[in-house]
Write a protein that binds this ligand. Structure first.
Ligand code: RP5
Length: 168
């Protein structure tokens, strides 16, 4: 299912500023694979590949992307600059940074001025996975089968929590 998901026309784009972001961003890809959502994943650096970044954003909607998950660390411009050039929803993932542990990434991504939104998630792995789940929820609005899988995913988490016990 995973390979099929990747081979079909992508509905979700996963981009990141560096291959060093992959350790975190692979959590988004893993979730998209689990749900069988067609995706594409690649490195696009805002400050090292600005022309490619704009081309990606400008072509995203016409290529059929319904959401873009963008992860970056440090002065994390990638999600905001993508959002500046497309109306496809941009889901920003702050990647942990070397010196400020990703608080710089979080603030860079979350503090978008009014008018150009970036939906911003938690720093790190949880943020990457939840960004994918949000992209899945966006797609599920018009895909009943995907919606059913998302409900099932939620129900499993409820079962796990209900089965939890504490030490005596
Ligand atoms: C950002 O700078 C990337 O998103 C990455 O989180 C950070 C460090 O990049 P590398 O120096 O590891 O390529 O652009």
């Amino acid at each position: 299912m995973a390979e099929q998901a990747k081979q079909a026309a992508p509905l979700v784009g996963v981009v990141m500023g560096s291959s060093s972001d992959w350790e975190v961003m692979q959590n988004a890809v893993a979730m998209l694979k689990e749900f069988g959502v067609p995706y594409e994943a690649q490195v696009i650096s805002a400050h090292r590949m600005p022309d490619q970044m704009f081309a990606y954003a400008e072509s995203a909607r016409s290529r059929g992307l319904r959401a873009i998950i963008a992860g970056a660390g440090g002065a994390a411009h990638l999600p905001g600059m993508l959002a500046a050039k497309t109306i496809v929803p941009v889901l920003g993932v702050p990647v942990p940074s070397k010196y400020l542990r990703g608080e710089d990434s979080l603030l860079s991504i979350v503090q978008m001025p009014k008018g150009i939104p970036v939906a911003t998630f938690a720093i790190g792995e949880a943020g990457a996975a939840n960004a994918a789940l949000t992209a899945i929820a966006i797609l599920a609005a018009t895909d009943d089968a995907l919606a059913a899988r998302l409900q099932e995913f939620r129900a499993k988490q409820t079962q796990v929590a209900q089965a939890m016990s504490l030490p005596a």
